[in-house]
Write a protein that binds this ligand. Structure first.
Ligand code: SAM
Length: 271
């Protein structure tokens, strides 16, 4: 899968959106990693790691006796992540350019983390199978993904609804599934995972950074939405302005997509 087909803008601007998203998600992601038993000495991989926000948290959890590898198809994001690693002097982390669909090796890792990636893939079940094979028997797959149906704005606003429509339609025309989250638990069961534990989280607020996500997201899918004929530039620019206004209004309660966290244990022997 090439960068050309990815829904959300990559490179530097895409990285800045991920920094905000990373801060919004960090408390619930850290709680998830703890529940999944990510701990000192483990070999872990963060698939579709973007700028590596969670890869750094994984590196800190596994410590110097373990290692964290971040893989992403976006070369710019990987370069930025490498520069961040050098700057903070983290030595147990590595970032690599790579495509998940090309495989990850066999029975290699203690845990694999994958956030907001399956939603973009043409064949997410094949990706779950690939990750299962890359885990040692008993290793954990840890997934977070979105269900766009859960996002809301209260009071309701037609421009917010139009933003949801543009996102969902652009994602679909790009070969992804904006509602994938609710299907992920069954996908892990189908791939041969045991003790599959799903959990729902949803960043929603009257103030603060989570409210910026709809405007940032629409800005970053603009090129794809235009390419697929879902909306024009003028309409998107106007909607982005409205979404920033809603973010700044403390009477407006805005929720990001409902997110499902799933942990599964690889119950299969090494292939
Ligand atoms: C929405 S971002 C999420 C990044 C990161 N997981 C996070 O939560 O901050 C999705 C990432 O998946 C990467 N990606 C998409 N398809 C991929 C593939 N087939 N293999 C590896 N990375 C992929 C994109 O380049 C992008 O950085």
């Amino acid at each position: 899968m090439s960068e050309h087909h990815y829904l959300i803008r990559g490179g530097l601007e895409g990285r800045e959106r991920l920094r905000v998203l990373g801060r919004v998600m960090r408390p619930t992601t850290l709680a998830l990693l703890e529940r999944a038993g990510v701990t000192s000495g483990m070999r872990v991989v963060d698939v579709g790691c973007g700028g590596g926000d969670v890869t750094f948290d994984l590196a800190s959890l596994v410590g110097l006796t373990g290692s964290a590898l971040g893989i992403d198809i976006d070369e710019t994001k990987i370069e930025l992540a490498r520069a961040d690693a050098e700057q903070v002097g983290v030595t147990n982390v590595e970032f690599r350019v790579g495509d998940l669909t090309d495989g990850l090796g066999e029975a290699t890792y203690d845990a694999i983390y994958v956030r907001f990636v399956l939603t973009h893939l043409h064949d997410p079940q094949a990706a779950v199978d690939i990750m299962r094979r890359a885990l040692r028997p008993g290793g954990r797959l840890i997934v977070e993904d979105i269900d766009f149906r859960g996002s809301f704005c209260e009071p309701e606003h037609p421009d917010f609804e139009r933003y949801e429509e543009i996102y969902e339609e652009s994602a679909r025309r790009n070969g992804g599934d904006p509602w994938i989250a609710l299907r992920v638990p069954a996908m892990l069961v189908a791939a041969g995972f045991a003790r599959v534990q799903p959990n729902v989280v949803q960043p929603a607020d009257l103030v603060g950074e989570s409210k910026l996500m709809p405007a940032l997201t629409l800005e970053n899918i603009k090129a794809t939405a235009i390419r697929h004929g879902v909306a024009g530039e003028e309409e998107i620019d106007r909607l982005v302005d409205v979404l920033y206004e809603l973010a700044g209004d403390p009477r407006t309660y805005v929720a990001n997509p409902r997110m499902v966290q799933v942990i599964g244990e690889n119950a299969q022997p090494a292939d």
